[in-house]
Design a protein around this ligand. Structure first.
Ligand code: ATP
Ligand code: MG
Length: 240
């Protein structure tokens, strides 16, 4: 038997991103962002750290407490883990909305929605409202989705939008492998893990926590300290 390549999973992700670029769902810049993610993942041992597990537990609690949770998706996460995102949305009773940074915006949003539709899920991809204080195309959102949500789960984000969403009064949970990014620092809860591992674990924890009383969930969120845990992860990387 041919031994499996030690980094088979990371090569598989690279291949999915490559295919996404040829389909026009992922932009070349999205591919560069993936490369940054890959480097951080390598430094973190390509596994979910104990800190990330705590971040995911707090995130599951916050999402279960939300009145109107939404999962914002871009090209990268669509090609990497659309199926897993659908499972999470179902467990949470959350909507999914396409939101992208790079042009052609409407076309890419449509392509993303088509990928989700193939897996049997209708997602929001219209723009009829704006997030104030944001210059990029990311400001254009759906009134029924991100605009009126109370908790937004974002992945592979830019710091500007995280900040604007916070200013608009929303709670933000971000999945980002870089513990030093503005996104990670500005989010209420940052999950420093690869989306391909973080999303399924978030689904598992949410399923388990669904049975917990509200007070228990509130306690989990209150105890969570974003900056403190980010420093721990940074140290983990620096110490090797
Ligand atoms: P910021 O604007 O927040 O300071 P940035 O300019 O690096 O950071 P982006 O260009 O939007 O922000 O980068 C996207 C982020 O997504 C990067 O930090 C990268 O490490 C992360 N990332 C890439 N691939 C993955 C992945 N598969 N899972 C989780 N995070 C990822
Ligand atoms: Mg940025």
């Amino acid at each position: 038997m041919i031994p499996k390549h030690p980094r088979a999973k990371s090569l598989e992700q690279r291949h999915l991103i490559e295919k996404g670029v040829s389909k026009g769902i992922v932009t070349p810049t999205g591919m560069i962002a993936h490369g940054r993610g890959e480097a951080f993942d390598y430094l973190l041992g390509e596994k979910t750290s104990v800190e990330a597990e705590k971040q995911i537990e707090a995130a599951a609690s916050m999402l279960l407490l939300a009145k109107k949770p939404i999962i914002s998706v871009n090209g990268n996460v669509t090609v990497l883990c659309a199926k897993e995102i659908i499972k999470l949305a179902k467990v949470l009773g959350a909507k999914i909305e396409a939101n992208v940074f790079y042009k052609p915006i409407a076309k890419r949003k449509k392509l993303i929605a088509k990928e989700f539709a193939k897996q049997g899920m209708q997602i929001l991809h219209n723009s009829n409202a704006k997030i104030p204080g944001l210059n990029s195309e990311r400001k254009n959102v759906s009134r029924e989705g991100i605009y009126s949500a109370d908790v937004v789960l974002i992945m592979l984000e830019d710091g500007d939008r995280t900040e604007a969403l916070r200013k608009a009064g929303k709670k933000v949970i971000a999945v980002d492998l870089n513990p030093l990014s503005r996104t990670a620092k500005k989010a209420n809860i940052a999950i420093i893990d690869n989306v391909v591992r973080a999303v399924p674990l978030l689904t598992k924890k949410s399923q388990k926590y669904k049975k917990k009383p509200k007070k228990w969930l509130t306690g989990k969120v209150k105890k969570f300290r974003n900056k403190k845990i980010l420093r721990k992860i940074e140290l983990r990387i620096r110490k090797g």
